[in-house]
Design a protein around this ligand. Structure first.
Ligand SMILES: Nc1ncnc2c1ncn2[C@@H]1O[C@H](COP(=O)(O)OP(=O)(O)OP(=O)(O)O)[C@@H](O)[C@H]1O
Ligand SMILES: [Mg+2]
Length: 603
């Protein structure tokens, strides 16, 4: 049997490097973190072949003396844990592992000049073999060069991705750190292009500016400020309005005590907070900064420090969900400006061909199947006497008294209703533009918010039907509806079994008014099937309420009087979340006069 032996330091470092330095982007992250910890104001990166052949990081930070330089590349040598207290970590680094690990698997050279010294020194390590520091020249700060990463570990070399993919990952690593440090300037070049160019920002709203520079101008224009505090936890940052959304969750960033982390908790919390406003295949954009007392979080759970463990994950989640919901409620009827931009694009000569919506936030994602069908049903012209057919007729409100127009339009964000077009769209005049409202989508949202408020308060008021109505459905569906009868009663819908393939409805939610009972019950039956067996209706009351809201809404194709239209606009202004329907689609589009003038070449 082989004897037990201590491994030589080079091998130990190589093993550690396997965990800490997974790919060039991981080395980039470690080196940039070191520069940030050194108090740098500017950090410049040069990458060749996505970092595979060269990573060079130059900073203007505190620098190192000859002695410090020699120590820095030793394993477990760090300047960042002065008191041996793993709970009192205020820097990004603390393990004293990054430089020796990189040095074990590459050709590493560090040139540095301490702020207190006028001489620079350079040290080289090749495959873990350290040379003595030699005099060098450097203005100030530190320059680290990593050549031929993983040349000493060919197995790892094989797993590297294309230059493009490695460069993208490195850019992402730098951008994440840059978002948390708006006061520091960052550039990253690959020798020909400069994919990261972020000048230092000193102003008070530096964070929003930096987020805009990384996530796009639309994010900055459509972000809601987030702030919440609970038991020593402080959450700050920005979250985009639901109408600005993405196909993946990749634009959701969480920073814990200034450290970018990837945590499933964030994805879950954001999904929960936006559930009412986004269809399940669209994702919100957020950048959240959580400050937690060090006793509440363990940052030492992942080799690359990209995951953390919270002592009270439930509280953190609650804080995030609460803060996001609060911000969206406060945003009221606001929908993102990208909606108007997209609409204008469609008006451009050529029908908008070639024009692409910013971040695919519009046109909207496909609505869920049930809702699409329901919507289609309501788009159909109605036969009853009360409603006009869905024609292209214009219903102009009676002419307002002179002076009334401007006053009305000025006072209200959504303006004064001027016309109803195609029996579906309300056109309103605002102080500086035009608003077009989808009356069905808007009303659906309003009814939904009312239903939710009533549910939260006491349950929904019911109204008895003069004649109980029998609805025939499939046998299984009838059984399922009856099984969920108590929950439906809470929503104001009282039904009972009526033979094998039917139910009888005795009461309906008062709020919905005269509702199409047949259509409502059939949609609910569909919905309950989609819920599956596992989840109770109580858990999904909001979704069921959404289906009901759809039935209680002003149908497309229904004529509205001017007072009715204006009442709808005023209620939208007063109702949280009314800028989007339940799937993150806008309920209205706003065009500014300036943009319209540009359309006609008047500007
Ligand atoms: N760019 C730099 N400017 C000044 N000092 C630096 C720089 N990079 C590294 N150092 C010094 O070298 C030490 C070792 O760096 P290294 O990254 O290996 O470990 P660390 O940052 O302390 O911890 P971690 O392994 O968690 O990153 C640091 O503690 C710091 O004192
Ligand atoms: Mg470090």
């Amino acid at each position: 049997m082989a004897t037990i032996r201590l491994l030589p330091p080079t091998l130990v470092n190589r093993i550690a490097a396997g965990e800490v330095i997974e790919r060039p982007a991981a080395a980039v992250k470690e080196l940039v973190e070191n520069s940030i910890d050194a108090g740098a104001g500017r950090i410049e990166l040069l990458l060749h072949d996505g970092g595979k052949s060269l990573i060079q990081v130059t900073d203007d930070g505190a620098g190192m003396t000859r002695e410090e330089l020699a120590l820095a590349v030793e394993r477990h040598a760090t300047s960042k844990l002065p008191t041996d207290d793993l709970l009192a970590i205020s820097s990004l680094g603390f393990r004293g592992e990054a430089l020796p690990s990189i040095g074990a698997v590459s050709r590493l050279a560090i040139t540095s000049r301490a702020a207190t010294s006028d001489a620079a020194w350079r040290i080289e390590i090749e495959g873990g073999e350290r040379r003595e520091p030699v005099p060098a020249s450097l203005g100030r700060g530190t320059r680290v060069e990593v050549r031929d990463l993983f040349y000493a570990t060919p197995a790892r070399l094989k797993f590297l991705k294309s230059t493009r993919a490695e460069l993208d990952a490195a850019v992402d690593a730098v951008e994440r750190l840059a978002m948390a440090h708006p006061g520091i300037g960052f550039t990253l070049s690959d020798g020909t292009r400069t994919p990261v160019k972020l000048p230092p920002i000193e102003s008070d709203d530096g964070l929003l500016q930096r987020l805009g520079a990384v996530l796009g101008k639309e994010f900055a224009a459509n972000a809601l400020k987030i702030f919440a505090e609970r038991e020593g936890l402080v959450l700050a940052g920005y979250a985009a309005l639901p109408t600005l959304n993405r196909a993946t969750a990749s634009a959701q960033y969480l920073f814990v005590n200034g450290r970018p982390v990837r945590d499933k908790l964030l994805v879950g919390a954001v999904r929960g907070a936006y559930a009412d406003f986004l269809s399940h295949d669209r994702h919100a954009m957020v950048a959240l900064f959580l400050d937690v007392p060090s006793s509440e979080v363990d940052v030492n759970v992942h080799p690359a420090k990209s995951e953390v463990r919270f002592r009270e994950a439930g509280m953190v989640r609650g804080l995030i969900v609460g803060a996001l919901k609060h911000a969206m409620a406060a945003a009221g009827h606001r929908a993102s400006t990208t909606v108007g931009v997209a609409a204008l694009g469609a008006f451009q000569p050529g029908g908008g061909a070639g024009w692409r919506p910013p971040h695919a936030s519009f046109p909207p994602a496909h609505p869920s199947r049930g809702m699409a069908e329901a919507a289609a049903m309501f788009q159909a012209p109605l036969a009853d006497a009360h409603a006009g057919a869905a024609t292209a007729e214009l219903v102009a409100p009676s002419a307002p008294a002179p002076g009334e127009v401007a006053e009305q339009a000025d006072g209200y964000p959504l303006g004064a209703a001027r016309a109803q077009l195609h029996g579906t769209y309300i056109v309103a005049q605002t102080a500086d533009g035009i608003v077009i409202v989808d009356q069905h989508a808007a009303h659906e949202r309003l009814v939904y918010e009312r239903l939710k408020a009533a549910l939260a308060a006491s349950g929904l008021a019911r109204q008895g039907l003069l004649m109980p109505e029998v609805v025939e459905v499939a046998e299984g569906e009838a059984a399922r509806l009856v099984a969920h009868a108590p929950a439906l009663a809470k929503l104001g819908l009282v039904l009972e079994a009526f033979g094998p393939g039917a139910v009888v409805v005795r009461e309906t939610p008062a709020m919905l008014g005269a509702v199409d009972v047949q259509g409502l019950v059939r949609d609910l039956a569909d919905e309950i099937v989609e819920l599956g067996e596992g989840r109770s209706l109580e858990e999904r009351l909001a979704e069921v309420a959404a289906t009901m809201a759809c039935h209680g809404s002003v149908r497309a194709g229904r004529r509205l009087s001017p007072p009715e239209m204006n009442a709808l606009l005023r209620e939208m202004e007063a109702t949280p979340h009314s800028g989007q329907c339940n799937h993150g689609r806008p309920t209205y589009v706003e065009l500014k006069l300036g943009d319209i003038e540009r359309l006609f070449g008047r500007r």
